[in-house]
Design a protein around this ligand. Structure first.
Ligand SMILES: [Zn+2]
Length: 299
């Protein structure tokens, strides 16, 4: 068996062949478009979650209002992508600007869902990949904007990941719990080492102090990052966790080391880089590992 096959990371190979004529249609362009439309709607909901969860607000009630004038946003002004374009990025009533982040997130999630179906066909594997990346995007956005990773994404996502991993076509059922434990534990060790460096003044600075609450201990990483990696492990299994942390740390270093050398001290939203590492592990983890084993170990 080639190394790449033995190294199947996670989320399965697309699951059992479903075969029927209906599913054959769904596997084609119709299915991809359908997934994209669903993704755009889900992206609209993700915008609500990203805005409200860090503030501790309900994501179900109340309905969305314009932050400028307080008008309830009508359904026809809330159609993903299209409304933002039709309204010229402004509120219908008060003409307050609507952030380009809203349509960008809707577009991104639409592309993720369409891409997952195009990649794996209409299958559990496609569903798992799309849910996984959507949750990662949510965590990256809240971490970047507020240094918070809501439990709904991390802990809730971990539970969903454990279910997907145990379903037919996924990894062996025990790979999810093992990956989740390893993800949490690995970051716990990284945080422990990072905090030791912080106490010695090797890293950190005023900007970090600025995001801390009164009396809060400075730390290199929040509990949210650890829970996020438990979620990644539940979806990708133990090998995927190691790859994600490696790739995420590499990306974070490549971005922040130059800033650090220029004398800027910035609090790093590590979740953003872990999300990028997890997507990379999902998409190219297997060929990357196979290549590494061949090149480095001569296997
Ligand atoms: Zn308004």
């Amino acid at each position: 068996m080639p190394a790449a096959d033995r190294l199947r990371l996670a989320l399965g190979d697309g699951g059992p062949d479903m075969g029927s004529a209906t599913l054959a249609v769904l596997a084609g362009p119709v299915g991809v478009v359908f997934a994209g439309v669903f993704g755009a709607l889900l992206g609209s909901f993700l915008n609500v979650c990203v805005h409200r969860l860090p503030r501790g607000e309900s994501i179900i009630r109340p309905r969305s209002r314009c932050p400028g004038c307080g008008h309830l946003i009508a359904w026809y002004d809330n159609v993903p992508l299209l409304s933002w374009l039709a309204l010229g990025a402004r509120c219908r009533h008060c003409r307050a600007a609507i952030s380009v982040q809203y349509p960008l997130v809707e577009l991104a999630v639409a592309l993720v869902w369409a891409g997952a179906v195009a990649w794996r066909g209409p299958s559990l594997g496609a569903l798992a990949a799309a849910v996984f990346v959507t949750l990662l995007l949510g965590m990256a956005l809240t971490d970047a904007q507020s240094y918070l990773i809501p439990d709904l994404f991390s802990v809730g996502g971990m539970v969903v990941g454990l279910v997907f991993t145990a379903l037919p076509g996924g990894l062996a059922w025990w790979m999810g719990p093992l990956g989740a434990a390893l993800g949490y534990g690995l970051l716990w060790v990284v945080r422990w080492a990072g905090d030791a460096a912080l106490r010695r003044g090797l890293i950190g600075g005023q900007e970090l102090d600025a995001v801390l609450e009164e009396g809060e201990q400075p730390t290199t990483m929040g509990e949210g990052d650890l829970r996020m990696m438990a979620m990644v492990g539940a979806f990708l299994g133990p090998i995927g966790v190691v790859l994600t942390v490696f790739l995420g740390a590499l990306a974070g270093t490549l971005v922040f080391l130059p800033l650090r050398l220029l004398g800027r001290r910035i609090a790093i939203p590590f979740g953003v880089f872990l999300a990028a590492g997890a997507v990379a592990a999902l998409l190219v983890g297997e060929p990357l590992l196979a290549w590494y084993l061949r090149a480095a170990l001569g296997r």
